[in-house]
Structures are given as C-alpha cells and as structure tokens.
Design a protein. Sequence first.
Lengths: 74, 351
Amino acid sequence: MKLLLINNDGGGFADYIDVPAGTTVAQLFEQKMGDAQARDYLIRVNRQPCPPDQQLQDGDRISITPTKIEGAKR
Amino acid sequence: MKHPRKRLWRAASRIHQCLVSEETPSLYEMPFQAWWYCDRLLRKRQLAQHRGWDSAASKLERDLKTGVVQLIQQLTTLHSELSSDASQHQISSVKELYAELLALEEEYGEVNLDLREHSISVSTEPIELEGVYLGPFEIRLKYANLKMEDGSPYCVFARDPHPAYTNDCVTHPHVQSDVVCEGDGRLAIRRSLEQGRLFDFFTMVASLLRTYNPDSPYVALDDWDSVECTECADVISANAQTRCDNCEITLCTGCAKDCSDCDCPFCHECLSYCDSCHSNCCSSCLRQCIQCHADCCQHCLLENERCSDCDAEEELEETEEELPETPDTTANPVTTTAVQSDCLGETVVPA
C-alpha cells in the first residue's frame, strides 16, 4: 500500500512510500527513523494523534515532527 | 473559541489562493549560504592557525564541524527531494488546508483568523526553559507571504514578556525583535510553509520555542537575569550588580570602588584620590586645602580647612613668631655673661 510520509526531521520533505499491508505506526517509525526515540517526535496519521500499534491504511498521511528543534543565532 | 466551519473553509480557500499564486516552477535551492558560511570559517581557521591563535582556531574548528553537518543535511535533503516522485507540486488543496485548520484548533484550542490582515495565529502554553520563565508566545503567520520573499512570513510575540535583562528585544533565547532564528528547523519550516502544511509549521515553531540550544542563543539562559559590567565586560547576575553613584553605569564588585568618606560605589572614571593619604574618594567628598589647594578627604582636611601638612607648617610658623629671641643655649654660660664697660651708667654732673 502507498502512504504519504512527511518527515519534518531535517529537511521536511514529503514522499510517497510503499509499505506492506498491516504495517503499524511503530514499525514504520523504526523503519524510517532508525535509532531515534518515538517519544522525541510528534507522530500524526491523517493529522490525528495515533497509538503505536495503529495499523496504517492505504493512502494514509503520516507526519513525523521532532518535539525538540534547536534554534540558533545565525 | 472554535470558528464556524464556513469561516474555516473561507480561510482555507484564501490561503490556497496565496499558495497557488506564489507557486514557482522549482522549490529547489542550492545551499549556498551554508556553503559560504563553511568557507568563511575555514579561512578564518587557517588564519588563526597561521598566527598561532590556538584557542580561536579550535573554536572555529568546532563551528566548522557544525556548519559542515548542516551543509550535508541540506544537500541530503535536496537529494532526497530530487529523488522523490512526490516532491513537486505538493501544495495543499483547499480541503487539506481546511483539515490543517481543524487540526490546529484541536491541538491549540484556539486559532485566531484575521482574514483582512491575512494572518492566522495560535498561542503556546507558558514556556519555561531550564527554570527561566519566558511566558506564552503567539505565533502569527501572514499567509500572503508564504514564499518568504518579503522576509519572514511569521513572527513570534511574547504574550507575557520576560525578556533578557540585558536586551529587551530578546524575549526568548532564540527570538529577537519577534523574529525566531530557526537553526536546525529552517528547511523543514520553510518547506512546510511552501506546501501549506500549517499544522506542521505551527508545531515546529512551537517545538523550537520549547527547546533551548545553549550553543547559539541571543542571550544564554544562564545570563538571562545577568548584566554586563561596563568596565570589564564581565557578566554578573543582576542582583550582584552595582551602579556608579555618579554616572550610574553598571559595575561588578571588582570594578566598583567605594569612596572612603561616603562609602558610595564609583567607577574608575568618577573616583578621585586624596592627595594626602591617597585613599579612594569621590569628587563630592574631596575638599581643597585653603593653603596648598590639594584635594583632601575628610580625614585629612582639618577643621581649619588645611591639610595636615599645611597645618603642621602653619603651627610651626606661629610657634616661632610667639617665642622671644633667645640666646644660643648652646653657648658657654660663662662667656655669655655680659661684660659691661667701666663707668657704664654713670653721667657727668656739673658742679
């Protein structure tokens, strides 16, 4: 199934990705974010809060936004 | 207060119009700014090494490492976007923008829409970083300038300002004059604005406000309630500061010198010295000796308005004037006996 993944960590690019049916939010996070801790991110599915074991559906829009973004003077 | 759905839809429609009218053929941009920043740091580091400024060279090296990481990150993002089949024309539809506004209402409780001013704003909860209360912030987006062609399209206003003691314009370590310095979030924030992802935009700015980067603040939180000594530029806490009693500049305890007479603190420029005892003394407490015109502190100026030296001199002179002329006491007492001539005191009496 095809999902729209918006990764706001770093560049904030959006991409359509293919994932196996039945993939959960936690599995997708681990797959895409590696060792990052889920508690450091705001994860939304179709702009709604979601539990880690929520199964993703075809056409879902997932956004991953860091809750800690460091500002700078420059 | 939640807005009527119709009003939200109208706002979504207007934002979409702005996004579409501002659409440019390409969203891609080479990270020249980051490149030149690294290039400058590299040259500075080489110069510092050449001149043997080891401390400066190592600091520049640290900055360079951070700069290179950012450059790599921006290039990686560009590469990812070029490789992505969804990177082009990802501007949110009216329906999506409407959903974004609904999500914002759910997340922040209240969304302020000003269709005349083309602005949309939300407020954060009161923010406290490392024990420093900064208060709530309003993030206001002017959606007519989402491409950032006329500067930043959004501002961050402190609703209960607790600015840094040294700079009223700095209401947050990363906010100066209502403009937030995005640091790591720059690209992601820009991308979210270009694509009309309002929820992501406000969430990221709020995350930025809730995070403190001690490496690059306008004013460090450690120094939030601190002031700078005008004389030595040392940073001191506000409650440890002293002010010059004359010119009122801020001083640290090391630079403030007390007048020996009135005990008030003074800066180096405003403090004088007693010519007699050389102690610190302010110009208000110094008095001139009426005889030698030397500046004296109260301890050195006597009641007769003379300094102790002049007073001693005067006393000596007076003593000398009062004493009768005395013979030399060291002379031989025998030889000092007056030898009177024969017939002294006698006179001729006519017969």
